[in-house]
Design a protein around this ligand. Structure first.
Ligand SMILES: Nc1ncnc2c1ncn2[C@@H]1O[C@H](COP(=O)(O)OP(=O)(O)O)[C@@H](O)[C@H]1O
Ligand SMILES: Cc1cn([C@H]2C[C@H](O)[C@@H](COP(=O)(O)OP(=O)(O)O)O2)c(=O)[nH]c1=O
Length: 211
């Protein structure tokens, strides 16, 4: 039985993370692996409840309260869902993880990366993914996808101004550049199948299974 791996998918809103996380989980299951597909913020009843608080436009969390809430949600998710699955030898595919906090709460707002990582140490034993796919796609395509998906309005964070999201995108790129052992940049343009193919190929080479 092979050892479990922890894979996260990251990137801005609408780039296709959820779609690709599902496709990846399905492919891995097709290879006979036990796979846990999960997401952040969320993945446990408690963390899903915190998610609702975080995304509700009636609240105006400041940057530090927001970072603490994400860290609290992640703590519950790691303790009760992710770590037990990894202990059982399962593969975990997670739609967003710690790098979202580093990109949004530190990059978009101005908390330090060290502060975010300290919260992660306190909350989640500083658990890091084995592989992180950072999806990126052309802005115009994404705007069209989001307009369709979020026709009833965007959530509290998705609705932040364009300059905030530009800082988030830049921080994601910087994080990926600073840790090429863990991150793989994935071109998320084109149909879902083509993107999936890129991810599967990259995973094989990250895990040393050849091209
Ligand atoms: N490769 C793709 N091409 C076109 N539309 C896509 C593609 N991947 C996802 N979508 C659609 O775009 C929207 C956002 O995708 P989603 O997977 O929810 O992104 P994310 O999880 O990154 O926000 C959804 O409506 C989804 O069906
Ligand atoms: C996990 C996480 C998400 N977020 C934000 C990103 C999204 O705007 C929002 C909800 O995540 P998500 O539902 O994944 O958004 P989308 O499908 O639109 O990409 O929470 C953070 O700001 N910090 C975090 O640590």
């Amino acid at each position: 039985m092979s050892m479990g791996r922890f894979i996260s998918l990251e990137g801005g809103e609408g780039v296709g993370k959820s779609t690709q996380a599902q496709m990846l989980a399905e492919t891995l299951r097709g290879r006979g692996l036990d796979v846990l597909l999960t997401r952040e913020p969320g993945g446990t009843p408690g963390a899903e409840a915190i998610r609702a608080l975080l995304l509700d436009t009636q609240f105006d969390w400041d940057a530090s309260a927001e970072a603490l809430l994400f860290a609290a949600a992640r703590s519950d998710h790691v303790a009760n869902t992710i770590a037990p699955a990894l202990d059982r030898g399962e593969w975990v595919v997670c739609d967003r993880f710690i790098d979202s906090s580093r990109a949004y709460q530190a990059g978009g707002d101005d908390l330090s990366d060290d502060a975010i990582l300290s919260l992660h140490t306190i909350g989640s034993m500083a658990l890091m993914p084995d592989v992180t796919f950072l999806l990126h796609a052309d802005g115009d395509d994404i705007a069209a996808r989001l307009a369709q998906r979020d026709s009833d309005g965007s959530d509290r964070i998705g609705g932040k101004p364009a300059d905030y999201h530009a800082r988030v995108a830049q921080r994601f790129r910087d994080l990926a550049g600073s840790d090429p052992e863990r991150f793989v940049l994935i071109d998320a343009n084109g149909p879902p199948d083509a993107v999936h193919e890129r991810i599967v190929r990259a995973l094989a080479s990250m895990l040393g299974e050849g091209g």
